[in-house]
Structure formats: structure tokens, C-alpha cells
Design a protein around this ligand. Sequence first.
Ligand SMILES: [Zn+2]
Length: 95
Amino acid sequence: METERSCRECGRAVKWLTSQGGKKLLCDAAPALMKPAGGPLTYMTPEGEIRRGRKSAKGTDVGYVSHRCTCPAIRQRRKEATICEVPVLRHGHRR
Ligand SMILES: [Zn+2]
């Protein structure tokens, strides 16, 4: 069943889709033309198949991209998490 709603984090229209295997994926509500290329985005076809690829005007698939891949809020949080995990010298100390 498709339930359209707004992302709690960024307010964009999203919906839960269920794959053929019964896996639930929070996707952008609007489908995009996708090119199956192994990454970097995860998307679901209208048939419920989960694939990986990129957005492309010459794409051969119609896909609903996983909102985890497109949500600015989630991406921002992930970026921060990465920064926390990896010690990064942000400012070089020049003396
Ligand atoms: Zn979002």
C-alpha cells in the first residue's frame, strides 16, 4: 500500500513503498528517470524491484529514489556522523 506523506526532516513529499521481497523503503513521492549503474542511489521500480543507479535523462528505468539518498537533513546528519567517527584536522596550525 502506498502512503504519501511529508518527510519529518525536510518536509518533502515522500511515500513508503514495499518491494517484491516485502522490504519497506521510504522513497521520494515523485518518480525519476533512472539509469541502472550500480550506484550511488538506491531506488525502487514500480514493479517493486530494488535497484541501484543514478538519475539520468537517458535513464531506462522509472524509479522512486530512496529518500535516505536525497534527504538533505538525513545527509547532513550522516555527514556529521562521519566527521565524528573520523578525526579530521579542520584547521591547519601554521606557525
Ligand atoms: Zn527528508
